[in-house]
Design a protein around this ligand. Structure first.
Ligand code: RB5
Length: 145
């Protein structure tokens, strides 16, 4: 898979670890920054990953900030994005199965690196179930119109 990854200054170390992990798994990772712990603004990176996903430059996205919340809120402002914050693998599986999340987010101040890897594994290993869930996803995007 081709996966975009983005983060703010709170998540540089975890981003680098997750990027390396995804590459070890054989994925191509497009790193949209940042790679410095100098204070920055997470909406820029949430938007960049969101645009890469909806423009089909990548298959999906991973976003990390302090909590995962701010950067996912920003990504969700890009039409077509379904970014979901997860702190454990059950939610990570369900956001793919039920919500067809195209971006997964988590917080570097909330989860450790092993939990982050388990979240990524659960998300990437899941399939969207369609059916009634597709109806609901369509209703979500109707709100954008
Ligand atoms: C940065 O201090 C912090 O606000 C950010 O990483 C994130 O947690 C926002 O939601």
């Amino acid at each position: 898979m081709k996966i975009a990854i983005g983060n703010d200054h709170a998540a540089v170390e975890l981003k680098q670890e997750i990027k390396a992990y995804l590459e070890e798994l054989g994925h191509e990772v497009v790193d949209l920054g940042v790679n410095t712990t100098e204070s920055c603004n997470y909406p820029e990176y949430g938007a960049a990953v969101g645009r890469a996903v909806v423009n089909k430059e990548v298959d999906c996205g991973v976003l990390i900030c302090g909590t995962g919340v701010g950067i996912s809120i920003a990504a969700n402002k890009v039409k077509g994005v379904r970014a979901a914050v997860c702190s454990e693998p059950v939610t990570a599986r369900l956001v793919k199965e039920h919500n067809n999340a195209n971006i997964i987010a988590f917080g570097a101040r909330i989860v450790g690196s092993e939990m982050a890897k388990a979240i990524v594994d659960a998300y990437l290993g899941a399939e969207f179930l369609g059916g009634r869930h597709q109806t609901r996803v369509d209703l979500i995007h109707a709100i954008e119109e």
